[in-house]
Design a binder for this molecule. Structure first.
Ligand SMILES: N[C@@H](CCC(=O)N[C@@H](CS)C(=O)NCC(=O)O)C(=O)O
Length: 243
């Protein structure tokens, strides 16, 4: 099939960057890290500065902060600043100084003598849980169970969900093999979550803060892991984009 650009493609022995490959992020992403332009980040009046966007990775942190505020932790007040990743704002010098990996979400804690930068959504959740002594079990076994689910979603959801979304929605040509591969693996991960939620109200459960009736909530995978146990057995948890 010489007319089929996908079937005709033979990978080179040494890959080189083709900036003009037509993908939606081709004009933004590069194979090297670092800032592409000078741009300071805005800073508001609250202790925590959140630089993010309402993507599944982004909402994990917003949900966590809102849960902390609902529990009465006023130190969790934050300013939320939009980072438009489709316009390359994650490569501004100020953002790169907070997250050298140029991905949202990123957090700057300015409550102490020195600002603390935190990037990677899972690291931010853990940082906030430890900082406020909340939403993370203290007993070693329960804590290990919580961290297992946190690390599970960090190792699965961002890259598999992101990979699926990329090939399903953004790739300039629809590659059946890539979409099948990612869709299958995302489905399997969602089934892991479904099974967990069939046995437990939240992905990480079993802890209640003293004097409160609030259940332990693990905002560990954005909208996906916040799904409570489905009321009917077998209800599926769906990702965006048709999986
Ligand atoms: N492992 C990272 C993944 C973050 C991530 O992939 N963020 C995406 C949006 S959901 C992003 O900033 N993409 C911009 C880009 O790839 O240039 C985390 O969990 O924080």
């Amino acid at each position: 099939m010489p007319d089929d650009p996908i079937a005709a493609y033979t990978p080179p022995r040494v890959w080189t960057w083709n900036a003009a490959n037509g993908g939606r992020f081709a004009a933004i992403n590069r194979p090297v890290a670092g800032a592409t332009h000078e741009r300071e980040l805005p800073v508001g009046r609250h202790p925590l500065q959140l630089y993010s966007l309402a993507t599944p990775n982004g909402v994990k942190v917003t949900v966590m902060l809102e849960e902390l505020l609902a529990l009465g932790h006023s130190g969790a007040e934050y300013d939320a600043w939009l980072v438009r990743i489709t316009e390359g704002e994650q490569f501004g010098s100020g953002f790169v100084a907070v997250n050298p990996n140029s991905k949202i979400p990123a957090l700057l804690d300015r409550s102490g003598a020195q600002p603390v930068r935190v990037f990677e959504s899972g690291a931010i959740l853990l940082y906030l849980a430890q900082k406020f002594g909340a939403l993370l079990p203290e007993e070693p076994g329960a804590r290990a169970e919580c961290l297992r689910w946190l690390f599970w979603q960090m190792g699965s959801a961002p890259y598999l969900g992101g990979g699926f979304g990329h090939f399903y929605a953004y790739a300039p040509s629809k590659i059946e093999y890539a979409i099948d591969r990612y869709a299958m693996e995302v489905k399997r991960q969602m089934n892991v979550l479904d099974r967990r939620l069939a046995a437990s109200e939240y992905s990480c459960s079993g802890w209640r803060p003293t004097g409160s009736s609030r259940s332990w909530v693990a905002p560990a995978s954005g909208r996906l892991m916040l799904a409570k146990r489905p009321p009917l057995p077998g209800r599926q948890v769906h990702t965006r984009g048709g999986v």
